[in-house]
Design a protein around this ligand. Structure first.
Ligand code: TNX
Length: 487
C-alpha cells in the first residue's frame, strides 16, 4: 500500500504496479549547494529506510538506475502557485523528482522515503506519479521550552520530526514565569539567574547563542524556520524575578515553579520597562534568521485593556524597528494590532467578534485552536500526561477539522497557516513530549498541508499504521491510540 502523510493532492499508481530496486541506485542533483544539501539529506533518509546504502553520485551513471532531483518550472499540480510545488515519477527504471525550488525537492524526498518497501529484490520504491503542493504556507509547531527546558539535541530531534511531516515552522516559547531560556547579551542576568527553575523540579537550562545558532542551521538544512517567542507583557515572572525595577514596588518577585497562568505582568509606566523591552527584543531579533518574532501577548490577566493595548503597540513598534515582523497570540487582536501582525488563534472558548473585527482591518491568522491543535491535551481522561482544559484530543479530533472554518465568518484567504502547540507544564522528558506529538502531529500536518477534499479519516488511519515502523526503528515514543489498528 502506498501511504504518504500528509496526503498529496494527486497520486496515482501505474496499473501494472512495479517498483524501483534501491540496491545500486544512486541520487543525482544539480550543482547548487541547496540542491546538494537536499541530495545528501535524501541519501541519509533513504539509506535508513532501505537498510542498504543509497549514495549521491556526481553525474548520471551509464550503468545504474538513478533518482534524479531537478529544478524546473513545470513542477507540481496544474495551476498550483506555491513555491513548494513538486512532482515525483517513479518507474522500474528510475525516479525523477521535480520542483521549482529546493524546498519542493525536500518535500518530495519526504514523500519518496514513505514509498520505500521491502520487495522481492530487497528495498524498493513503489512506482508512482505524484503532483503536490501545500494548502498553507505556514505549517508549524509551537513548543514550550520555558515550563520545562529541552536541550539542543532534543530540539534537533523535534526539527527532524517536523520536517518529516513537511512542517516548516518551529515556534519556540522561550520565556515564561518559570524560566528564561535564551541568552540575551544585553541582559545576561536573565538566562544566568532565571533559567534554573521548571515545573518538574528539574534543573532547567537555557539555549546559549551558540546553541541557537546551531539549531537554526540544523533547521535551515531541513527548510524549517525558527520563530522565537518572548512572551510579553504577561507570563513575565522569570524577568521580574531578576529585575526589581520592572516592579512598581521595586522588589524582585520570587521564582515560580507552579503551573498557574495569568498572574505576572510588566508595568508600562515604569522607567525601566521600555529599555528592557528594547534590549531583549533587539537581542533576539539580531540572532534570528527568520522574518518573524513572536511577542506573546496571551493571558495578561492582571492588566487593564488600556495598558495592555499600549504594550502591544510598543512591542510592534520595537520589533518593526529591528526589521522583523510580528506574531502575537489572539488577545492582541483586541488591542487593534497592525494589519501586518499575524494573529495566532488558540482559545476557542471566547467570542470571535474581536477576530472578525481584526480581519476587517486586514489581519491574517495562524490557527492553533486549543480543542484541536493543543497537543498537550490528554488523549482520553485516563491518559497520564497532559492537561484537559481545552478538551480531550484523541487522534480523530486532531485530524477532523478545517482551519478555514474555525472562526465562523473569517475570510478563508486570511488564514495563513496552522500550528500545533505543545505546552510542557506536565511534560519534562523527550519521551513524554513525543508520546503527545505522535501520532497527533501527523494528523495536524495533514490538516495544514492537504486540500480538504483530499482528506479522509478512514484512509488516514490506514496510512498512519506504516509510520509506526519508522517511529519504532528510530526509537521515538508514540501513543498507540486504539483508534488505529497498529498491527
Ligand atoms: C494556555 S495557550 C496558555 C499557556 C499554557 C497552556 C496550557 C496560551 C497562549 N497560553 O500559557 O501553557 O494554556 O495548555
Amino acid at each position: 500500500m502506498v501511504a504518504i502523510i500528509p496526503q498529496p493532492l494527486h497520486i496515482e499508481s501505474p496499473a501494472g504496479g512495479g517498483a524501483l530496486p534501491l540496491e545500486g541506485t544512486v541520487l543525482v542533483a544539480g550543482p547548487s549547494p541547496a540542491e546538494q544539501r537536499v541530495a545528501a539529506y535524501a541519501a541519509d533518509v533513504l539509506t535508513r529506510a532501505a537498510g542498504t546504502p543509497v549514495a549521491v553520485a556526481p553525474a548520471l551513471p551509464d550503468d545504474a538506475p538513478a533518482i534524479v532531483l531537478r529544478l524546473a518550472e513545470d513542477a507540481g499540480p496544474a495551476g498550483a502557485t506555491s513555491p513548494e510545488r513538486h512532482s515525483i515519477e517513479v518507474s522500474e527504471a528510475g525516479a525523477v523528482l521535480t520542483a521549482v525550488e529546493p524546498v519542493g525537492l525536500f518535500d518530495a524526498v519526504q514523500s519518496l522515503r514513505r514509498l520505500v518497501t521491502e520487495g522481492e529484490r530487497g528495498a524498493e520504491v513503489s512506482a508512482v506519479v505524484v503532483h503536490d503542493a501545500p494548502r498553507y504556507a505556514w505549517r508549524g509547531l509551537s513548543f514550550d521550552v520555558a515550563r520545562n527546558f529541552f536541550p539542543l539535541a532534543q530540539l534537533e530531534l523535534v526539527v527532524d520530526v517536523l520536517a518529516s511531516y513537511k512542517l516548516n515552522v518551529l515556534h519556540l516559547h522561550l520565556t515564561d514565569d518559570q524560566g528564561w531560556r535564551i541568552e540575551t547579551p544585553s541582559r545576561p542576568e536573565l538566562a544566568k539567574l532565571s533559567s534554573d527553575t521548571s515545573t518538574s523540579g528539574k534543573a532547567g537550562g537555557h539555549l546559549s547563542l551558540a546553541d541557537f545558532r546551531r539549531l537554526q542551521d540544523y533547521a535551515a538544512d531541513r527548510f524549517v524556520t525558527v520563530v522565537p517567542e518572548i512572551d510579553l507583557p504577561g507570563h513575565t515572572n522569570a524577568a521580574t524575578a531578576v529585575y526589581g525595577e520592572l516592579r512598581a514596588d521595586g522588589v524582585p518577585t520570587a521564582k515560580y515553579e507552579g503551573i498557574e497562568v495569568g498572574f505576572s505582568q510588566l508595568t508600562y509606566d515604569l522607567p525601566a520597562t521600555e529599555p528592557f523591552l528594547r534590549d531583549v527584543l533587539t537581542d533576539v531579533a539580531a540572532i534570528t534568521d527568520g522574518d518573524y518574532i513572536h511577542v506573546g501577548g496571551d493571558e495578561a490577566l492582571t492588566l487593564g485593556a488600556e495598558e495592555y493595548a499600549k504594550f502591544i503597540g510598543l512591542l510592534e513598534e520595537i520589533v518593526l524597528e529591528t526589521g522583523k515582523k510580528v506574531v502575537a497570540w489572539q488577545e492582541a487582536a483586541q488591542a487593534e494590532t497592525r494589519p501586518e501582525t499575524l494573529v495566532q488563534y488558540w482559545d476557542n472558548r471566547v467570542d470571535s467578534a474581536p477576530f472578525l473585527a481584526a480581519a476587517e482591518r486586514g489581519s491574517r491568522f495562524i490557527m492553533s485552536p486549543g480543542n484541536r491543535a493543543y497537543l498537550d491535551m490528554k488523549y482520553t481522561a485516563e491518559y497520564p500526561l497532559g492537561q484537559d482544559w481545552a478538551g480531550l484530543i484523541e487522534l480523530r479530533t486532531a485530524y477532523d477539522w478545517d482551519p478555514a472554518t474555525v472562526i465562523e465568518g473569517l475570510p478563508a484567504d486570511q488564514v495563513v497557516g496552522v500550528e500545533a502547540a505543545i505546552w510542557t507544564e506536565t511534560l519534562s522528558t523527550q519521551d513524554e513530549v513525543l508520546a503527545m506529538l505522535l501520532p497527533r502531529l501527523s494528523a495536524v500536518a495533514e490538516v495544514a498541508w492537504t486540500a480538504p477534499e483530499r482528506k479522509d479519516w478512514e484512509d488516514y488511519r490506514r496510512r498512519v499504521v506504516t509510520e509506526a515502523a519508522t517511529w519504532r526503528r528510530d526509537g521515538l515514543a508514540f501513543h498507540e491510540t486504539p483508534q488505529v489498528d497498529w498491527a
